[in-house]
Ligand binder design. Structure first.
Ligand code: HEM
Length: 144
């Protein structure tokens, strides 16, 4: 009897597990962004807390590494642009991602200096860059 209950639980877990696929990033760039998202959420919560600066530096490193990898990739939205505009679209995306990387570097400097006031400002600027970057280069979310 116990075995049957266990088996039923396993079957249910496997069946509902397939539902998670809907939240998987759909592109390689989306995967890098998801990793940035997790690190940025934690960073924002603790950016003013100087006792967490070592952990904050680790989060910025995750964001920077994934932003560097994102530089080599192209937004899916490119395919929606007319052929004549695609090169400029990708060039603009890369230029904005480079500016975002400069913010990451400045934030690392501020955290190493334990300047949490400056770090909080830079973290806000990164949030603005996130919004602007998505407005220009990210396809509209599909209705789920
Ligand atoms: C703190 C900074 C940022 C965070 C936390 C962030 C986070 C995210 C997240 C969670 C997604 C959805 C991923 C998915 O499930 O598919 C996404 C997508 C995307 N983001 Fe960001 N992002 C940031 C900055 C930027 C910047 C600066 C740019 C552009 C210069 C950018 C361009 C994009 C694009 C183009 C997509 C769509 C993916 C694709 O086209 O394949 N993001 N981002």
């Amino acid at each position: 009897m116990k075995i049957r209950v266990l088996l039923l639980t396993l079957v249910c877990a496997l069946a509902t597990g397939s539902g998670f696929a809907a939240d998987e990033p759909e592109t390689e760039l989306g995967g890098k962004m998801e990793k940035m998202g997790g690190a940025f959420r934690a960073l924002r919560r603790q950016i003013s807390d100087a006792t967490k600066n070592a952990d904050s530096l680790a989060r910025v490193a995750t964001i920077r590494q994934n932003a560097e990898a994102s530089l080599k990739l192209e937004p899916a939205m490119k395919a929606q642009k007319p052929a004549a505009e695609q090169k400029k679209f990708v060039d603009d995306y890369r230029a904005d991602m480079k500016k975002f990387l400069e913010l990451c570097g400045k934030l690392e400097t501020a955290l190493k200096a334990n300047d949490n006031v400056e770090a909080a400002k830079l973290c806000g600027a990164m949030g603005d860059a996130n919004k602007a970057g998505h407005k220009s280069y990210k396809k509209e979310d599909k209705k789920k």
